[in-house]
Ligand binder design. Sequence first.
Ligand SMILES: CCCCCCCC(=O)SCCNC(=O)CCNC(=O)[C@H](O)C(C)(C)COP(=O)(O)OP(=O)(O)OC[C@H]1O[C@@H](n2cnc3c(N)ncnc32)[C@H](O)[C@@H]1OP(=O)(O)O
Ligand SMILES: Cc1cc2nc3c(=O)[nH]c(=O)nc-3n(C[C@H](O)[C@H](O)[C@H](O)COP(=O)(O)OP(=O)(O)OC[C@H]3O[C@@H](n4cnc5c(N)ncnc54)[C@H](O)[C@@H]3O)c2cc1C
Length: 536
Amino acid sequence: EQQEKWVPRAVNMEIIGTYAQTELGHGTFLRGLETTATYDPNTEEFVLNSPTLTAYKWWPGGLAHTANHCVVVAQLHSKGVNHGVHPFIVQIRDEDTHMPLPGVKVGEIGPKLSFSTANNGFLGFDNFRVPRDSMLMKNAQVLKDGTYVKSRLSKLTYGTMVFIRVMIVTDMAYYLSVGATIAIRYSAVRHQSKPKENEPEPQILDYVTQQHKLFIALASSHAFRVTGQWLWTTFVRVNKALTSGNADTLPELHAVACCLKAVTTRDAASMVEACRMSCGGHGYMTSSYLPILYGITTAACTYEGENTVLLLQTARSLVKAWQKGSKGKPLSPTEAYLMDKSPVPKWENTLDGIIAGFRRVSAGKVQDCVSKIDKLVKMGTSYEDAWNQTSVRLVAASEAHSRAVILATFRAEVSRAAAALSPPLARVLHQLVHLYTVYWALERVGDLLLYTSIAERDVQELQQQYEDLLQKIRPNTVGLVDAFDLRDEILNSTLGAYDGRVYERLMEEALKSPLNAEPVNQSFHKYLKPFMQGKL
Ligand SMILES: CCCCCCCC(=O)SCCNC(=O)CCNC(=O)[C@H](O)C(C)(C)COP(=O)(O)OP(=O)(O)OC[C@H]1O[C@@H](n2cnc3c(N)ncnc32)[C@H](O)[C@@H]1OP(=O)(O)O
Ligand SMILES: Cc1cc2nc3c(=O)[nH]c(=O)nc-3n(C[C@H](O)[C@H](O)[C@H](O)COP(=O)(O)OP(=O)(O)OC[C@H]3O[C@@H](n4cnc5c(N)ncnc54)[C@H](O)[C@@H]3O)c2cc1C
């Protein structure tokens, strides 16, 4: 009924909404949110209130001037009992005048690192009354007399966040395709230095260091697209089960969505930054779009669950799985490898060998965390303090788990799809899978040395494999980014346009600057000249 009331209006843009959960004082710890929604059975309304400054909603995108409604997450009070955080759909502005409604204080939070077009806002309530059916009652309800009906699963309140985290993995694949396209096309156009005196300056794309900076971004875009598709299919399956009341697979989805969101956003931000730096000074131009793209990707490390916090959520699941598995209980498919108690096999420099190696690293790290926590607790430390003292290792275990999931998914999905592809295309995609896998083996060689039987000669061989792959991929690099088929209007970049007219575009953009409107800027007469004449 509520969906019938609100969904059509949202779909045809009669109402423009945002998700107002984060407050000035709390973004991570949701149970600490301060906005209250107190039920008044006499009028069958909820009274929304922001009791403190830190209770003000802060950050929601579009809240400052665009949204006229929002989903507000507030502590629900009824009959004197606080039932915890629940979502409410609330009109905050008049639908004709767009004026904030009485009792609503709303505004813009100010300049940010990027997303300058999203008017992120603040929102405070001063005993603002909304009808009872503002409470989104799919999971929990409040009856007319104020009786609270518990949700069959309290965690469903957090469902929106799982959905967005699942989508973010695919978002990162897209952002990396943009960054790789801009930087690789520019690297094909840019000629610089003279390693061979009697030859023209080479394309910077022929420097192996440039390939090392850029090809992993290209491979990661495909890895995250494929992993994002797998995660979405998992989400749809779990959601279908939830609709029929079965929540058994929700914890696994939550755990894998947390670590994949954290790892893909961190990788995307650092790889987009590498794309920017690989374009030298021109990569620092706003007109290249790379600084804006960095601002967008680095924000994703914070929003929808700060990365460390999410990695610790997955670590919580891995530790629980280890304890469950140790009692012989079955584990979820993504965590089942934790119980592989077989002896560490002879290292193999193959994709399967590396993937198995990352699983060993993750299992070994989880086991180390459990041992450290157990040891601290036995010495009288509280579990919470033992957890905190082990948390650096717990984050590392989560990352290793996430990498094992991405490596295995990327390899399996490309192998499955390859059968339907032309041999040359299949070969190039396999090269990207191979590059991605060997790149991360070399990045985490310390962990592999600790938890697997990899030897020095294996590492030397992997390094050579990696460099051979850079050489093999080089001839197809521009074709691979062209295959993303990103229009110039979408790339919005002087460096990444399809026609490669980089220098003309840089100059065209520069001349659009208002500072080039006249040969002598007014600042000369107002400040420089008086200063030079000692009059300032
Ligand atoms: C293009 C730009 C788009 C930008 C969009 C950005 C929009 C936003 O940022 S919206 C705001 C996003 N905010 C967040 O993500 C907040 C993150 N914080 C949280 O999710 C929670 O506070 C959290 C999980 C860290 C801790 O919550 P808390 O209630 O203390 O949970 P915790 O005690 O750790 O766990 C309780 C149980 O709930 C489970 N759980 C927690 N979250 C979830 C979830 N989302 N789904 C399912 N289960 C969950 C835990 O696994 C745990 O289960 P168990 O007890 O069986 O182990
Ligand atoms: C661009 C952008 C858009 C956003 N859009 C929205 C939106 O539309 N709607 C909305 O509701 N919110 C939005 N947010 C807010 C966002 O969800 C929060 O900023 C995010 O959840 C992090 O919470 P916080 O800012 O309180 O950081 P904090 O949680 O205060 O984090 C600060 C530091 O504390 C650490 N920390 C916190 N808790 C723990 C812990 N338990 N263990 C270890 N370390 C911990 C974190 O790791 C971090 O290093 C947006 C944010 C940004 C940047």
